[in-house]
Structure formats: C-alpha cells, structure tokens
Design a protein around this ligand. Sequence first.
Ligand SMILES: [Mn+2]
Length: 347
Amino acid sequence: MEIVFRWYGDKDQIPLKYIKQIPKVTGIVSALYDVTVGDIWPNNEIKHLKEKIEAEGLKFSVIESIPVHEDIKLGSSNRDVLIGNYCQNIRNMGSLGIEVLCYNFMPVFDWVRTDLAMKYSDGSNSLSFDNAKLREIDFEEMALDLPGWATHYTKKELQKYLIAYSKVDNETLWLNLEYFLKKVIPVAEDFGVKMAIHPDDPPWSIFGLPRIITNEAALDRLVRMIDSPSNGITFCTGSFGANLKMDIVKAIRKFGSLDRIPFVHFRNVKHIEGKNFYESKHPTEFGDVNMYEVVKTLIDIGFDGFIRPDHGRMIWGEKGRPGYGLHDRALGVMYLVGLWEGISKTH
Ligand SMILES: [Mn+2]
C-alpha cells in the first residue's frame, strides 16, 4: 500500500512541501487541468508536472483524471478520433512511469452535491447531498459556476448534451463503455497503465441521466467485460457508501482478490434520511462505512495499490476547494496509518 494525496498543481493553495510533511504520504495524484476535454495532453507539460513533484521528493503515482469526452459516452460518430487521443494520453503517461489512471463514465456531471459547506455544531463543514434540493435545480435558472460540476460546459452545450442523452439509456451507456475499453485497455496493458474507473457519485441516476457504475453487479459486469488487471476500479468507499444496499467490504474482498483495485479513495459518509447524506469525519463511528473493516480487508487481500484520503471537512478555519483542504485530509491519512499499523500487527 502506498498513500497518495491529491494535488491540483500550482493553482492549489496547498504546496507540495506541506503534503510531504504528512507522515507516510509518498505520492501525488494530479492532472493537467487546462487541457480541453478530448485533446492530447502536451507531453512536455506532463513531464514538467512530474519533475515538480519529484523535486519535492514525492512520486507522481496516479493521474486523476483524464476526462472522457461526452461524445465517447454518447457513442457519437467522432468517437474513434477522441478515443485515439485518449490512447495517446495513456501511452504518454505510461512512458513516464505513471501507473494508474482514475477516470469516470458519468454523463455530463461529475460528482454532485447540493451543499458544499454544510455546517456542523463543532464549527466544521463538509459537502452534503439532499435529493429534494436536487429536484429544485432548474437548468434554465441555474448558475453554471457551481463548483464540482458543469463548469466546463456553457448553458448551450449543457442543453445540447441533455437532449443527446435523452436517447441514451443505461444499456447503451454500457455498450459505449465497452467500446471505449476494448480500444484503450490493450494500450494500457502495453504501457503498464492500470485504468481505474471511479463509481458514479452519488451512485444513482440524477436529472434523468443514465448512470451505471453504481453497485456490485455493475463492477461484476465491468471486470467481466475485459479480463485484465488494466481494467480496474477506483474503489471509492464514500461514493459506494452512499448506496446503503451495497456490501462494501465484500466488494473490496471480491474485486481486490481479482487484482482489480489499483486505487482506493478512503472516505466516510453519514446518511441523514433516505438518500440524503453528508461527508462525515473519517472514523467508523461518525459515518455509515466501517472503515476498520475496509482496512482490515485491504490488509487481508494483500492490497499493494495506491490509496488516498478522499474529500475531507473544512476545519480549523481553513478555506479552499470544497473537500480538498489540507487539515482534515491529513487527519484522514493519520487515521488510515493508525488502523493499518494496529491491524497488521495484531492480525
Ligand atoms: Mn472518490
């Protein structure tokens, strides 16, 4: 197991030199954030980013993420060109020794929350999701600068994609994912890259859009689609944790034993009622995910991939990118390190 930490490059208010002060963090999860979706990433820029990370004594371990163009997800006629570009990105990162590529196949929106700073009685805040609030969102009226989603589409593009997806059901999206993976996985294998799909977050349909990476059955289908360690999963305990019907520990054991989990997001969630939830403090007692069992299972299966604290709360007056403050994510690392040492020494 190698502990890694997400860093948003030079625009990130948290410098690399702070990240390397967190005990046991040895690697960085990053990306190029200014490249148009669908384009080939300039190789010299990836190299430059890698050198910057290595200059601080850290390793560029995971790319999170190279976004998949909507036209690939929609199965549009120009997808082969876009998939070709994607393959070139995989060749480039593999040639630089970056081992894991976290990606997702969520239509239009990435992760979705309805409150980015829900306040708690202790003065901290974190992200939360409320289904009723989601239903109130009107695309005609909504501001397109909500952090976390829709930021890279204009109102016109957004409308265009929402109309295009009205003809794409879950099964079609699956077929489009399969088409994509059949082209990219062989390249990933050749260049020593493990692709790791992130679950849909939250793991159910929103705004009537198809969403498919939502539960254990979906992961079964994914791994069966192409039998290769390069066709893997980013096991996000928080995203799957929002699905109360999923046995997370069982799924980690199953897919980890199959060598299909190269990357883990370590995060807890607490349900309020129904499908509503907030991102809680990391320890088991504060959320609905049994973090102790998660770590115990990872140790049991001999997990040797990368793991990072996922979203954290904002604490100690820190302000910044929602979910990506320094302090609470560092506390998450220490909780993980403590669990890991405790369990591995007594187990
Ligand atoms: Mn995640």
